[in-house]
Write a protein that binds this ligand. Sequence first.
Ligand SMILES: Nc1ncnc2c1ncn2[C@@H]1O[C@H](COP(=O)(O)OP(=O)(O)OP(=O)(O)O)[C@@H](O)[C@H]1O
Ligand SMILES: [Mg+2]
Length: 345
Amino acid sequence: MISKATIIRSLPYVLKTIDIPGLGKKYQGKVRDFYIKNGKRILITTDRQSAFDVILGHIPFKGAVLNLLSAFWFEETKDIVPNHMISVPDPNVMITRDCTPIPVEMIVRGYISGVTKTSIWYSYERGEQLIYGIPFPDGLKKNQKLPNPVITPTTHPLAGSTVHDERLTREQIIKQKIVPKKLYEQMERAALALFARGTRICERRGLILVDTKYEFGMYKGKLTLIDEIHTPDSSRFWTKESYDRIFHTDEKGEAPNQRSSDARTQTSGGGKFGSGEPDNFDKEFLRLWYAQRGYRGEGSPPKMPTELVIALARRYIAVYEKITGRKFRAFSYPINQRIIQALTT
Ligand SMILES: Nc1ncnc2c1ncn2[C@@H]1O[C@H](COP(=O)(O)OP(=O)(O)OP(=O)(O)O)[C@@H](O)[C@H]1O
Ligand SMILES: [Mg+2]
């Protein structure tokens, strides 16, 4: 793991955005800047940190971690479904096939959890048992493993639109022909197979893939996985060890029962940011920090203290190293010139 001093030194130079001469018009998502040229989408993952659909700050090395982690997963899953990756000419850059995005995001959940209003726990806790058109059994506990992973699709607003993601059901998608039935079924199969692969690889590293989001597009008539995959921005991860401490798990690792809430608080290990939640390696850490200060996306967000920025950088790097089994190689900031060189020579 790179030192705290390296992270502190990098703070003033984080990649906020980049202008690359000769590539034409620049487009921006919340986290990525991109250029479209000759049927290719050049994705530059910046250090922008978003949550609640707002940019809250910038985290050193985050862009590289996300990009390299996606590259790892695209490689590990390309036998399941073709993906958009062509090459990675720089730690922060991926050259991809520019696809026609499918306007439905596939969210796959292996556990019932979450703090946001779109999480299934939020609805279930309020007595709903038919969520996203999916029936859930009685008596589930927060963070319990589901008998089988479920897909909760949402609309994917086109870039630049201010409409927030809306819940859908598979019946709506098919009936309203948002996606043709055959194609949607193909997306379902791909999403579940990707989730199973992700779960298996994470498990070997002592991590639980809790839930994740997949985006698909069409390329030359073929279903193609796009955007990012199994990163801390698109997914939530728990450490298996902390999960097992919170839940009694039987020999097969199935059907956990919760201990008393006392034991839960004592053994949560969530440190100062958690409370009875499994240790997580994802944006939930940040969401919880803001939620504890009464911020859930409306009004102006509290400023991220430097200590939190450093903690986040370390988490991003840690999860990269855990999942890939590779050491994250730090580089020195600023990196704008390095990226420009990689893309223009
Ligand atoms: N290969 C691809 N072809 C077409 N579009 C893509 C491809 N890969 C990613 N995208 C789109 O490019 C954008 C990348 O930017 P970024 O990830 O910052 O967006 P975002 O603000 O997170 O929004 P989103 O919710 O759409 O991901 C996204 O809109 C994503 O859907
Ligand atoms: Mg995105």
